[in-house]
Write a protein that binds this ligand. Structure first.
Ligand SMILES: [Zn+2]
Length: 447
C-alpha cells in the first residue's frame, strides 16, 4: 500500500500545525491550527470575519491547497489537543472536507466553541468523541487509535494510524509526565507495545518545540510544588497578590485556586478566556472548583468584581487573570496601564505561572507589561512554570521506545530542528534517508 505524508503547516514555525497521511485511498488529517502571532501583528484583526484565503496569505493558517494533490478521500480530521495552534483553523478549513472531526472530550468541546464563534463559514462536519485507548476504523484497511499523553492542557492524545505497512505515530504535543496533576500519566506502555507489535512503527512525527533543550522536562507535580512553595511564603502578606497563567492550563488554574484557599484568600478567575476554558473543564467534570469560585469574562462583571475587591480589601482575594504573555488587551496588561478599578500598591505581588513563548512579539509585549506593573511598585515572580513539551532526553526515550523506520521532526523552524537532527543522527538515522527535515507544503512518499 502506498503511504504518503503531506507536511502542510507547522514545519517552519511553532503554530498552524497540519499534517495529512494518505494510506492507499484513505487520508487522515492531523491538526488544523492557527498561528496567532501572525494575526496579532496586524492591528485590530478579527479572525472570525476573515476568509480562509486571506488568513493563508497572512501565514496565519495552513495552506491546505496541496491537499488536492493527494489522491484519496479524507476520512477524519483529528485535532490532538485544544491549543489554538492545533484547532484554530478548523473553523476556516474543515468545511472543505467531507469528514468527521474526531477528538477527545475536552478538545471536542473547544472545537465546538470555535465553530460556534465562526462568522464566515458554516462548519457542519460531524463531531465524534473518542477517548484515549479507543480505536475507530478508517476505510477498509486502516485503524485510528488514540494514545494518552500529557501536555499543558488536559485530554491531550497522540493519534496512531495503523496501516498494513506499519503504524504512523503523530507525536504532537507532549511532555512525558508520570505524575500529572490532572488526568492519567502518559501511556508509555502502549508506546512500547507499538514499537514491537505487527509491522512496528513506520513513521514517527515528533514535537520538536524543545529539541534544543538538554535534559528532561519535569512533571507538572514540580510546577505544583514550586507554586505552593511560593504561595505559602506569601501567607502572611497583607497586600494584593495577582496571578496569571495560560487560561487553557486547567491543572495550573486548579492549583492556583487550591493554594489561594490554603493561604486564606478567595480566588477569582477574570478574563474572557479564563471563563471559557475553566467553564468548559468544569462542565465536563475534568476538574472540580470550590462552589463559591467566581469566573467572570465580560468587562462589566470584571469591573464590578474589581470594585468589590477594592472595597472588601485586596488582602482577602487572589485574582487569577489573563495576560501571561503581556497581550495588549488582556486583563493583567490593562491592570498595569491602570485601566481597571484594581489599584496596585507598592510591594503588591504578581505571579507569572508561565514561561515567555520565545518569539519577538511576545518578548516585547511581556517586557512592556512587566515594566508597567513595576512602575506601580509591583514585585514580579517570574517563570513559576514547567514546559508542556519533552526535551532531548524525552526525544531519545521516544526513539528508543518506538524504534520508528522513518522520523519527521515538526512544530519548529529549521533552527529549532537542529537539536533533533543531531540526536536522531546519533541514534543511527540519516538525513535524507530515514530522517526527513521538511518544510510546509511538501509531500514525503514513505512506501
Ligand atoms: Zn500544545
Amino acid at each position: 500500500m502506498e503511504i504518503e505524508i503531506a507536511t502542510i503547516g507547522g514545519y517552519e514555525e511553532v503554530g498552524r500545525q497540519m499534517t495529512a497521511v494518505r494510506a492507499g485511498e484513505d487520508i487522515v488529517i492531523f491538526d488544523m491550527g492557527l498561528n496567532l502571532s501572525n494575526v496579532l501583528i496586524h492591528d485590530n484583526v478579527q479572525t472570525e470575519q476573515l476568509h480562509s484565503l486571506d488568513l493563508i496569505d497572512m501565514d496565519a493558517i495552513p495552506d491546505d491547497r496541496i491537499m488536492s494533490d493527494l489522491e484519496g478521500d479524507v476520512q477524519a480530521i483529528v485535532p490532538t489537543h485544544g491549543h489554538l495552534d492545533h484547532i484554530g483553523a478548523i473553523s476556516k478549513l474543515a468545511h472543505r472536507y467531507n469528514a468527521p472531526i474526531v477528538a477527545s472530550p475536552f478538545t471536542l468541546e473547544l472545537v465546538r466553541e470555535e465553530i460556534q464563534d465562526e462568522g464566515k463559514f458554516n462548519v457542519e462536519n460531524d463531531l465524534v468523541e473518542m477517548d484515549a485507548g479507543e480505536t475507530m476504523g478508517i476505510g477498509e484497511h486502516c485503524e485510528l487509535e488514540f494514545v494518552n499523553v500529557t501536555h499543558s492542557i488536559i485530554d491531550a492524545i497522540n493519534p496512531v494510524l495503523h496501516t498494513p505497512e506499519g503504524a504512523i505515530v503523530y507525536g504532537l504535543d507532549k511532555r512525558m509526565d508520570h505524575t500529572p496533576v490532572l488526568g492519567d500519566p502518559i501511556d508509555m506502555k502502549r508506546f512500547r507495545e507499538l514499537g514491537r507489535e505487527r509491522n512496528g512503527v513506520l513513521c514517527y512525527i515528533e514535537d520538536c518545540t524543545n529539541a534544543n533543550k538538554k535534559g528532561r522536562t519535569p512533571s507538572e507535580a514540580v510546577a505544583r510544588s514550586q507554586l505552593r512553595d511560593l504561595m505559602m511564603s506569601l501567607e502572611d502578606f497583607d497586600g494584593g497578590i495577582l496571578a496569571t497563567t495560560f487560561a487553557s492550563h486547567i491543572a495550573r488554574v486548579t492549583n492556583l485556586v487550591e493554594f489561594a484557599k490554603e493561604i486564606g484568600r478567595q480566588p477569582v478567575l477574570l478574563g474572557r478566556s479564563m471563563e471559557k476554558y475553566s467553564g468548559a473543564a468544569e462542565r465536563l467534570g475534568a476538574t472540580t472548583f470550590p462552589e463559591d469560585l467566581g469566573m467572570y469574562g465580560h468587562r462589566k462583571s470584571v469591573d464590578r468584581t474589581f470594585k468589590r475587591i477594592m472595597k472588601e480589601g485586596k488582602e482577602n482575594f487572589l485574582p487569577v487573570v489573563t495576560g501571561h504573555q503581556g497581550e495588549p488587551r488582556a486583563m493583567l496588561t490593562r491592570m498595569g496601564r491602570g485601566e481597571t478599578p484594581y489599584d496596585l500598591d507598592n510591594g503588591d505581588k504578581v505571579i507569572f505561572s508561565a514561561g515567555i513563548i520565545p518569539e519577538p512579539t511576545n518578548e516585547g509585549q511581556r517586557y512592556q507589561s512587566e515594566r508597567l506593573l513595576k512602575m506601580q511598585g509591583a514585585r514580579i515572580y517570574d517563570d513559576v512554570h514547567v514546559s508542556g513539551h519533552i526535551s532531548q532526553e524525552g526525544h531519545y526515550q521516544m526513539l528508543n521506545t518506538l524504534q520508528p523506520q522513518h522520523v519527521i521532526p515538526a512544530h519548529q523552524n529549521m533552527q529549532g530542528f537542529s537539536g533533533y537532527v543531531d540526536l536522531a543522527e546519533s541514534q543511527g538515522y540519516k538525513l535524507g534517508r530515514d530522517l526527513h527535515v521538511t518544510s510546509n507544503g511538501n509531500t514525503i512518499q514513505l512506501v
